[in-house]
Design a protein around this ligand. Structure first.
Ligand code: NAP
Ligand code: GDD
Length: 338
């Protein structure tokens, strides 16, 4: 039985990846923090036979000894490093924490692999934010990085460290430069989910208004389930590499509002207020990716388009709002820290 170690297993991508790997017959070892309470709910739906092959090991990306122990115990064939402080605006409030977890954490993990002598294949969760004030559009593997947040700087560090470990030590280490990907399991402080959750709750009379930052920002939004499949495909290649994963289609935050509120039959302009607290000190205005390499080399293609993605999220959030209206469960979303 193949074994995989997944950091960030309680996150959006971690839960989809665990599901995918368990479905392929892997034993999955997930690194979890003691404080991972809310995120652990993302794994609650696994079937009993899948749950039996999921091993949770306590650890933290800022604690190298816990990573060494996790690698020693799991003896994985594949390692997926998904753990991060992943919120871009929050990284301006917590720059050192973000650097420690998102940047240095990857180095700690790579060192644990190198020192362990056991040489699993390694995946690094790189990000389209690394392109920042992008020098060209669409962005591809050769587009220079121009990070403009503490998060993006930390991701560039982790990315370049991965490339240098590949070159220096011959590790089978790949990076996926993933553009935004969403799902019903998306954290509620990211803009798509904040909007779909609000549209559903406003429709059901549980909320009146929605506070947002920049409505003109444009992103290339895909479905998380598709993107974890690309991660797995990268580690099945004979040679490691770097891959952009994206739909190639860009939409604005306004487009998300149109689709989500349209789905529930409301006019968002009656409910949305602009709030400067949700703007970033530096905004990445637009990102759009060119996944030609991933399509050709990995045989990967997205299966869910923008409209299908937002509809899927709104429908899920309507069901949550109904449950909330009936019995007070689940609780209303935690407000995005401002
Ligand atoms: P997410 O939902 O925010 O999940 C982040 C995960 O990291 C959670 O499991 C979290 O655990 C864990 N984590 C945070 N700090 C940690 C620490 N100090 N030690 C150990 N684990 C820690 O993120 P996601 O959307 O699934 O994204 C997965 C990865 O892909 C991240 O690295 C993100 O930066 C990157 N990425 C995401 C996108 C996207 O659009 N989603 C695009 C490009 C790249 P808790 O449950 O304990 O908080
Ligand atoms: N979160 C949030 N909240 N974003 C808002 C809001 C708001 O109220 N109003 C407007 N936005 C805009 C942001 O300024 C940004 O331009 C866009 O919506 C998307 O914001 P997020 O959903 O927070 O995602 P992100 O693009 O900053 O970062 C996500 O994608 C990256 C890949 O490009 C995260 O998942 C990162 O971890 C990931 O690397």
């Amino acid at each position: 039985m193949r074994r995989a170690l997944v950091t960030g297993v309680t996150g959006q991508d971690g839960s989809y990846l665990a599901e995918l790997l368990l479905g392929k017959g892997y034993e999955v070892w997930g690194l979890v923090r003691r404080s991972s309470g809310a995120g652990a709910a993302r794994l609650a739906h696994l079937a009993p036979d899948q749950r039996a092959r999921l091993r949770l090991v306590e650890g933290d990306m800022t604690d190298p000894s816990s990573l060494r122990k996790a690698v020693r115990e799991a003896r994985p064939d594949e390692v997926y490093n998904l753990a991060a402080q992943s919120h871009v605006r929050v990284s301006f409030d917590l720059p050192e924490h973000t650097a420690a977890v998102t940047g240095l954490g990857a180095l700690h993990l790579l060192e644990a692999l190198r020192e362990g002598g056991h040489r699993p294949r390694y995946y690094q969760a790189s990000s389209s934010e690394q392109f920042g004030r992008a020098r060209e559009a669409p962005q591809r593997e050769s587009t220079p990085f121009a990070p403009c947040s503490p998060y993006a700087v930390a991701k560039v560090f982790a990315h370049e460290t991965t490339v240098s470990y590949r070159e220096a030590y011959g590790l089978h280490a790949s990076t996926g430069i993933l553009f935004n990907h969403e799902s019903p399991r998306r954290g509620e402080a990211f803009v798509t989910r904040k909007i779909t959750r609000a549209a559903a709750r406003i429709r059901r009379g549980l909320q009146r208004e929605l506070l947002l930052g920049d409505l003109d920002a444009r992103r290339d939004w895909g479905f998380a389930g598709d993107y974890v499949d690309a991660m797995w495909r990268m580690l099945q290649q004979d040679a490691p590499g770097d891959y952009v994963v994206a739909t190639g289609v860009t939409h604005s935050v306004r487009d998300v509002l149109d689709r989500a509120f349209g789905r529930v039959g409301l006019d968002w302009s009656h409910h949305v207020q602009l709030d400067p607290r949700f703007r970033r000190p530096v905004e990445v205005a637009a990102l759009v990716g060119d996944a030609t390499k991933a399509r050709a080399a990995l045989g990967w293609a997205p299966t869910v388009d923008f409209a299908g993605l937002i509809d899927m999220m709104v429908d899920h959030d309507l069901a949550l709002a109904d449950a909330e209206a009936r019995g007070g469960t689940p609780p209303p979303p935690a407000p995005e820290p401002a």
